[in-house]
Design a protein around this ligand. Sequence first.
Ligand SMILES: C[S@@+](CC[C@H](N)C(=O)[O-])C[C@H]1O[C@@H](n2cnc3c(N)ncnc32)[C@H](O)[C@@H]1O
Length: 380
Amino acid sequence: MTDAEALNRRLVDELTAAGALRDQWRAAFLAAPRHLFVPGVIWDDADGGVLSPRRRDEDPAAWLTTVYTNEAIVTQVDDGTTQDAGTGRRITSSISKPSIVATMLGHLEVEYGMRVLEIGAGTGWNAALLVYAVGEENVTTIEVDGDLAERARETLAGVGVSALVVTGDGADGYASGAPYDRVIATASVRAVPYQWVAQTRPGGVILTPWGNAYDNGALARLTVDGHGAAYGPFVDNTVAFMWVRAQRVPRPVVPADLAGAAESTTTLHPDAVAFDDHDATFAVGLRVPDVTTKFEDADDGGDDFTFWAFSGPSWARVDVIDGAGTHRVRQQGPRALWTEIEAAYRWWDETGRPPAGLFGLAVTPDRQYVYLGSPDSPVA
Ligand SMILES: C[S@@+](CC[C@H](N)C(=O)[O-])C[C@H]1O[C@@H](n2cnc3c(N)ncnc32)[C@H](O)[C@@H]1O
């Protein structure tokens, strides 16, 4: 057994023991080892949001250890515009964390012979795994980035797997191969492209990471009905995928000058609404459109939390001093963002703190909305 095979077997055993990898998928994970898909240059997250390249040739053993660690690996930065020697700013492609890949494939509930459309081919690893489960004539994967699509095609051919890799915008789906039994997105959406519903047969499933500017961690599992709509619950809210290109969220701009802001205080710690509890963050995000968050260590030993509306010139800053029960709030602009966030948190609290799994997503030809309990009870 080679080092790579041994490391892969250990990872597969870990994923199985953790309950992430169902028996149905074990053979696929063993047949399509991850190191055959990871490129020779990967990118490490260094300080201050800077990404630096790491080459397999420099330290093959370290590269292999990284490949068989249960973490996502950045495989492209800045849409490929940054050359190998430079540093990157934005993650634009990655090979997903193995436990998340396994969990998503479990939620997909495929059977041999089902037709599957994947959005976001990336390295081609997930497409290869799908081929082992449904058959190679049944997998189509779309990649928006031409270079990545070409590399995925070559990699799949190199390992003897023939899935159809389409270069294009996954938001359009791929009508020539429709109808599909399953659509799986490996990039996140703020709005589900309606073509995915239109190209899935009634009873078929759409599995997609879903989020908003505030919280991007949910996974929606929608079942398509016979009337052109799809409904279903959020089955996870701890995934974190990059956005599909056309739905990217701008990075927050922290205001340099806080003069003139309205001042108040709060006893609600920003951690409670934005970091500590995935269910709270998910629920608050539903009620505060287009708001992103940024957290920084402050000079005074405390923490600064900035909330920023990218749709207009509104921001809120909450300064937390360690151990203090009351925190200073400054807000400016047409939207009082901290006030909105407190109201959203109160709503979630008074509704009985429902977990994200009690919410669902409806996608109809006319609108999309989030509901609580049943599609008759829209909440956002
Ligand atoms: C997390 S990576 C996918 C990982 C991939 N499934 C794998 O196994 O390596 C997300 C991918 O989605 C692609 N992407 C982003 N927007 C897209 C779009 N509109 N259509 C198709 N692919 C898109 C990105 O270029 C990126 O390669």
